[in-house]
Design a protein. Structure first.
Length: 500
């Protein structure tokens, strides 16, 4: 469309091209009626030739023209001329947030100001029934006064359903795309929240949560992989703040915050020193009609979990704690009086399993085997020999597709009993656990993201004498090594701690 430079579309004379994407070109132009500078987005000829789309685009332009907010770049004109559909906005002199991120010149004061302004802009848009669908740093302008302005509403909204994940018409931007967008599922205001959460993650850590060698690879990571803990990159971040960031990046939109407003209030509280106990992290949202979802009207429900039967307790207690320290990304089984001096860190170097080439895991609850398994250990063991410990050898964990498994070798001549103690509180937003197995026996199954993992009464199990047994956790998506921890307590002060 470079041939348009120097020509006019309606009242607007195009001066120079300032940006180009797969669906449109943005030009600096002059409004000949008052000689003011404007930015004009001209849709590609392919899209502009679709009469049905152009009609919808004009209707959308009319709606967007009424979206008046100090942190939203308004639409001041729209139409079509010479076979080209276009949308007109004020020309903002300044950098985009993307440019500022690349320059690396962002102070904490600027960051907090922009987060507040973009949150306010998104809340306003959502309350007026507008979903952005492509929230990213290049769509946030920083004006000469240092204010953040959200721009580029409406375009992605109108082309939903007419694109694929493999062509130039990719809906949204892979680095900031919510999992449901990557799958081609319907989106709502919580999809914008996810994209905003990626921006927040980037601003706070200086890194994107997911990057790959191709756009599709990045999309798959958003769909399948747990979000790396922000505290891996920012020492001293509070547990509460990390939990807030990870909750808004939950894979399932039902387990994000009900609105951007609720997310921002939690973020502000955590930033100001609120504890985890002060934050509302455990409620889920009932999906409503799309129109209601766009208006931000959400309702909360209590969740239920399936309880697995157990036997009476015996002398040895085993508490498994899969902590995705500080939230989400793992499982945490709280147990009392864990002594730091008794922890033996494994510091394992595990290579992640290759990412599947499909976007959705079809089987959530694999069929259990009926017999006890006897796995073959392939790594050097750590053996407990301290006083009061059973003669159990615990091998480092192995990542197998959607599971993490530990081999337990009981060399004693007697059966060793242990107890999984409940109720157990489990963080839930990013790595939903589907099943816990001991050998071939399922000792818990469900979706812990539906609420805290609560086994009710203590569930008692045993390690057969002179045998090896596999203790495994199975997940909804890939448990890549992203800062998870494991703590095993065999009672009597015998504790193993490790991470992957």
């Amino acid at each position: 469309m470079s041939g348009l430079i120097g020509h006019s579309l309606g009242y607007y004379r195009l001066i120079e091209e300032v940006g180009r994407g797969g669906m449109a070109t943005v030009c600096r132009a002059i409004d000949t009626r008052n000689n003011t500078e404007v930015a004009i987005k001209v849709l590609s000829p392919t899209i502009s030739g679709d009469n049905r789309f152009v009609r919808r685009f004009k209707r959308e332009g009319s709606l967007l023209a009424g979206l008046k907010h100090p942190n939203i770049v308004p639409v001041i004109g729209y139409g079509d001329s010479k076979g080209m559909a276009y949308m007109v906005m004020p020309f903002i002199k300044g950098d985009s947030l993307q440019e500022r991120l690349e320059q690396g010149k962002i102070s904490k004061k600027e960051r907090e100001r922009w987060i507040t302004q973009i949150a306010d802009a998104l809340m306003f848009a959502h309350n007026h029934g507008i979903i952005h669908r492509d929230v990213k740093p290049s769509n946030i302008m920083i004006d000469k006064s240092g204010n953040a302005l959200l721009t580029d509403f409406g375009l992605a909204r109108e082309v939903e359903g007419s694109n694929t994940l493999t062509g130039s018409m990719l809906l949204g931007t892979p680095a900031y795309m919510a999992p449901e967008q990557g799958r081609g599922d319907p989106v709502d205001a919580r999809s914008d929240q996810y994209s905003f959460g990626v921006i927040l993650y980037h601003l706070v850590t200086g890194k994107l949560p997911f990057e790959a060698d191709s756009p599709m690879g990045t999309v798959l990571k958003h769909i399948q992989e747990p979000v790396p803990r922000p505290t891996r990159f920012v020492s001293g971040m509070s547990q509460a703040l990390e939990r807030v960031i990870l909750k808004c990046l939950a894979k399932d939109p039902e387990y994000r915050y009900p609105t951007v407003g609720a997310f921002y209030e939690a973020y502000k509280a955590a930033r100001e020193g609120a504890s985890i106990a002060d934050l509302d992290l455990d409620t889920v949202v009932v999906p409503l009609d799309p129109v209601l979802r766009e208006q931000g009207e959400y309702y909360r429900v209590e969740s239920l979990l399936e309880e697995m039967p157990g036997r009476k307790p015996s002398r040895f207690g085993l508490i498994f704690i899969g902590v995705l320290p500080l939230i989400i990304l793992g499982i945490i089984f709280a147990f009392p009086s864990l002594s730091e001096a008794m922890r033996n860190l494994l510091n394992l170097a595990l290579a992640p399993t290759p990412i599947p080439t499909v976007g959705i895991v079809a089987t959530l609850f694999p069929s259990p085997t009926e017999t006890q398994t006897s796995p073959t250990a392939t790594q050097a063991p750590i053996t407990f020999t301290r006083q009061g410990c059973p003669a159990i050898t615990v091998y480092p964990p192995e990542i197998q597709s959607l599971s993490v498994a530990w081999t337990l070798d009981n060399a004693e001549e007697n059966e060793e009993n242990f107890t999984i103690i409940g109720p157990l509180g489990i963080p839930k937003e990013n790595l939903p656990m589907m099943m816990i197995r001991l050998g071939g026996k399922i000792i818990w199954k469900g979706r812990h993201e539906e609420g805290p993992l609560n086994l009710g009464e203590a569930v008692n199990q045993s390690l057969p004498k002179s045998s090896t047994t596999q203790f495994s956790l199975e997940f909804l998506w890939l448990p890549a090594p992203s800062g998870y921890e494991l703590h095993l307590d065999f009672g009597g002060g015998c504790v193993l701690s490790g991470s992957w």
